[in-house]
Design a protein around this ligand. Structure first.
Ligand code: NAP
Length: 486
């Protein structure tokens, strides 16, 4: 049964001041699996964008002056409301992105927990006491800091996690007392609009959360350059992130970018567990995950066994229709993404690499692919593939695996499988990444751990409280106790 056809076509305007005004121009959204029209959204014009930013300035004034307990209560109510609508959100994600419905349900049931955490953190978001008399000359002074919000924050989000990526921006932004303007990916704006509508119905005041749909160039760019926007919180590709950082000037940026995630499997590891993780974290969401496994480095003594286990497990994956409850790997975001993947795999094969399974596409669906014998300069190794393709290579000495994993422009997260505590710590110290997972792959994440990358994987950290620190300023107050010093 093709569920996309029975999913009603959704028409939405921009979300501004808690309503959907009639848009002046529209964008069409298609399901990448079957090409069916899923909905239309607004393509914000310059005056419409101006209205959105103005609304966020006003929303900030209201929200930042509310007591923390009131903000926390509204965020909690919004989390409840999103949980109650989890199935609607999951269906919307699958309709517009083609993510397998099982994975969409995981995303829609897990994401509201980010808001819950933000509501809790909103009540303990305070500064420090500064010991002023630590050096001569500052006696009789009392110093403390306060955490103050910044203002409207532009939250520019990618297509691959239409709910989670949005909540990881707006939940900390709002918990810290800012207002937020979401510019969702053009491929997946319907989920962001649904989230905003549900949160508004749960009690979020007008203007605190607005959604500006439209293309990156015509809506995202002008939003970033608008001086009323006080911070740019971006998740997406390194190329766009670099561009936005230049546009942001002196304003703060948080950049969560891509990677070509590595996992090391040493010869003392639980090989069955490592192979299972390689397949799950390499191919889940069709590999369209910033912390997906792309490169697997295996100690030579156990290499053949790991490769065999990985290929066998890959061949058991169910690939195709995202509405089928049994599907493990659905389509990529577009037919163009599948064609780009094909060209990188073909280039590797032409250069001498072996494609052990997969290596083919059907429309936007790319078959889960395992490659061996690739050289470090091939795109399938050194660029972010963002598709269900992994390369498996062997090494002799553990340090060679660390060097190979570090031979990347990126550095988001890495995994290392070993039972040797010494090697685990060596990996933790030497891998140039934002997080190292021991006996797991790079894909592991919980919402409240610090999360972000080194090198071209980004600047700053998500993870509710860590993001709140970045989405606020420290204000210092020093009281001169001159009148009480006699
Ligand atoms: P993308 O092409 O960089 O787009 C991300 C967002 O930026 C979209 O909303 C896009 O709008 C917008 N945009 C594009 N050009 C812009 C411009 N000139 N000015 C302002 N905004 C602009 O990324 P994507 O293809 O959607 O997502 C995949 C990438 O995201 C991968 O590299 C992945 O690793 C990364 N990612 C990172 C994380 C993380 O936490 N580190 C998480 C998820 C994804 P349009 O859609 O309209 O172009």
């Amino acid at each position: 049964v093709n569920k996309t056809l029975s999913h009603p076509v959704i028409h939405r305007g921009l979300f501004v001041d808690g309503a959907f005004p009639e848009p002046s121009a529209t964008l069409k959204i298609y399901n990448p699996f079957d090409g069916q029209l899923v909905g239309t959204v607004a393509e914000a014009s310059p005056p419409e964008l101006d209205r959105i930013v103005e609304s966020s300035v006003n929303g900030f004034r209201t929200w930042s002056r509310m007591p923390a307990h009131a903000r926390a209560q509204i965020l909690m109510a919004a989390a409840d409301a999103l949980e109650a609508r989890a199935e609607d959100v999951a269906q919307t994600i699958t309709a517009e992105l083609g993510k397998p419905i099982r994975d969409s349900r995981l995303e829609s049931s897990r994401s509201p927990k980010v808001l819950r955490r933000a509501a809790e953190e909103a009540k303990r978001f305070h500064g420090d006491i500064v010991q002023m008399d630590a050096t001569p000359g500052a006696e009789n002074r009392f110093g403390f800091t306060m955490r103050v919000p910044l203002g409207p924050i532009a939250c520019i989000t990618p297509f691959n996690f239409p709910m989670s990526a949005v909540l990881h921006k707006i939940a900390p932004a709002l918990a810290a007392g800012n207002s937020a303007i979401v510019k969702p990916a053009s491929a997946t704006p319907l989920t962001a609009l649904l989230i905003a509508e549900v949160m508004h119905q749960a009690g979020l005041p007008d203007g605190v959360l607005n959604v500006a749909t439209g293309s990156g160039e015509t809506v995202g760019g002008p939003l970033v350059r608008d001086p009323r926007v006080r911070m740019v919180a971006f998740t997406g590709s390194a190329a766009v992130g670099m561009h936005l950082q230049a546009d942001a000037g002196f304003r703060r940026v948080q950049l969560e970018l891509g990677s070509n995630g590595a996992m090391i499997v040493h010869d003392d590891a639980d090989l069955a567990a490592a192979a299972t993780i390689a397949v799950r974290q390499g191919f889940n969401s069709a590999g369209q995950v910033c912390i997906a496994i792309q490169r697997v480095y295996v100690q030579r003594r156990v290499y053949d066994e790991v490769v065999e286990r990985v290929v066998t497990a890959t061949n058991k994956l169910k690939v195709g229709d995202p509405w089928d409850e049994a599907t493990d790997v659905g389509p990529l975001v577009s037919v163009a993404a599948a064609a780009r993947t094909q060209s990188w795999v073909d280039e590797a094969a032409a250069g001498g690499a072996q494609v052990l399974t997969g290596g083919t596409s059907d429309g936007a669906v790319y078959a889960p692919t395992v490659i061996v014998g690739a050289s470090p300069d091939m795109k399938v190794v050194c660029r972010e593939i963002f598709a269900p393709v992994i390369v498996v290579e062997s090494y002799d000495k553990f340090d060679q695996a660390l060097d190979a994993a570090n031979r990347s422009d990126y550095g988001l997260q890495a995994g290392v499988f070993t039972r040797d505590l010494y090697l685990a710590f060596r990996a933790a110290q030497r891998l140039d990444v934002g997080a190292v997972m021991v006996n797991d792959g790079p894909r592991f994440r919980v919402d409240y751990m610090p999360y972000g990358g080194m090198k071209m994987s980004g600047i700053g950290r998500e993870g509710v409280r860590y993001a709140m620190d970045e989405m606020s300023d420290v204000k210092t107050i020093v009281i001169n106790e001159v009148f009480s010093s006699d």
